[in-house]
Design a protein around this ligand. Structure first.
Ligand code: SF4
Length: 374
């Protein structure tokens, strides 16, 4: 039984967004999980995460970016010219994370006429008061940029309400995420990724009842899986919506019981403090997210990974990186050292050319974990 029909819901949402835009609403596209969607909503914009990427668009993206650029960035640039969802955007918000992402807005500005905002997140991750204050200042600049385009001023009460709605959504997603941890997972990581991708596309009010329904169906279904599949943690570069197939391939043989992917569980971590200055609360929450490896120090990322491994009895790591994604690639050695677990490394560029070879590597890795190959 298919729990989530993501493609149908996404197609319906595309029609809704076209109607909203025709009625004058402004759509704000963003790429990175450090963008405070609550603030965009409070300013009257409709936030949409642009996390689609595929091989054909990444190849076409080489018209604008050199061949050894990150495939996600190449694909994103091309999609801004050709993908119907991306072309609806009235503004784009970038964060100065990795080098490639920092330079993308400059290129976008020369190829598409969409207003662009670059959010400067302090690259050093220790939460010193001056850094949080600087980030709060950046959020106020972002608020000015969005309100100029939407014509809606942000009032504190509205922002507070959006923070509470965002907390409810993350909390509901975390409670469903917990279903993948049981010995026979009741929810697959593929399904979790579908839900998180919908959370960045639909309105929270539309998604919350759907999460409750899916949770109910997931807890009542009978699984036809081997009783104790090997338990994996998935780490590495951003996983685009179109890479769902790679997750399914892994889950044919194993259970992904944890991940530290920015389009996965890192998107739903923690709550934003309520009842205090909402701009300060947003700055503290987004500054303190589990750090992306483009920030230093990234000890919190490794602590988080070690905690997940211990709590969820992880047996092996699948470390997937996009070609030329240096921030993540450089972490491979430290990840092996820090965890001491067997690790399967996958380097890819969205092409399906090596899919069968990948299936064989996954099978061999699972045999190592289960001892079946001895
Ligand atoms: S961190 Fe890696 S995957 Fe993400 S945008 Fe930068 S290079 Fe691409």
């Amino acid at each position: 039984m298919e729990l989530i029909n993501r493609q149908d819901l996404a197609a319906r949402r595309l029609n809704e967004l076209q109607e909203l835009k025709a009625r004058g609403r402004k759509l704000a596209g963003y790429f990175c999980l450090y963008v405070p969607v609550e603030l965009l909503r409070a300013a009257g914009a409709v936030p949409i995460r642009l996390a689609r990427a595929d091989y054909p668009s990444s190849q076409l993206g080489e018209r604008h970016l050199r061949a050894d650029a990150c495939p996600f960035c190449k694909s994103s640039l091309e999609k801004l010219l050709s993908d119907p969802l991306y072309r609806l955007m009235d503004m784009l918000i970038f964060v100065n994370t990795c080098d490639m992402m920092r330079r993308l807005p400059e290129l976008v500005g020369t190829r598409v006429s969409i207003p662009v905002f670059q959010l400067y997140l302090p690259r050093t991750a220790e939460p010193f008061p001056a850094r949080i204050a600087e980030f709060e200042h950046q959020l106020r600049r972002l608020a000015d940029f969005v309100t100029r385009l939407t014509g809606t001023a942000i009032d504190d009460q509205h922002l507070q309400n959006e923070i509470e709605i965002g907390n409810r959504l993350r909390s509901a997603l975390r409670s469903i995420e917990a279903l993948r941890v049981s010995p026979v997972p009741l929810l697959t990581t593929g399904e979790l990724f579908d839900l998180i991708s919908l959370a960045t596309l639909l309105e929270p009010a539309d998604l919350l009842p759907l999460i409750a329904q899916i949770k109910n169906r997931a807890t009542n279904q009978v699984f036809n899986r081997q009783p104790t599949p090997p338990r994996l943690l998935l780490a590495g570069s951003i996983i685009a919506e179109e890479e769902r197939e790679v997750i399914s391939l892994l889950e044919e043989r194993a259970a992904i019981v944890a991940d530290v992917i920015c389009t996965g569980a890192r998107f739903i971590e923690g709550d934003i403090t309520t009842g205090s200055d909402p701009f300060r609360a947003l700055a503290e929450y987004y500054f303190n997210r589990i750090p992306c490896p483009c920030r230093r120090p990234n000890t919190a990322l490794f602590q988080h990974i070690r905690q997940l491994i211990a709590e969820r009895q992880v047996q092996g790591i699948v470390f997937q990186t996009l070609l030329y994604c240096d921030p993540w690639r450089f972490e491979a050695r430290d990840l092996r050292r820090a965890t001491g677990l067997p690790m399967l490394e996958i380097d890819h560029d969205y092409s399906r050319q090596h899919f069968e070879q990948l299936r064989t590597r996954i099978e061999a890795f699972v045999e190592i974990l289960t001892g079946a190959g001895k």
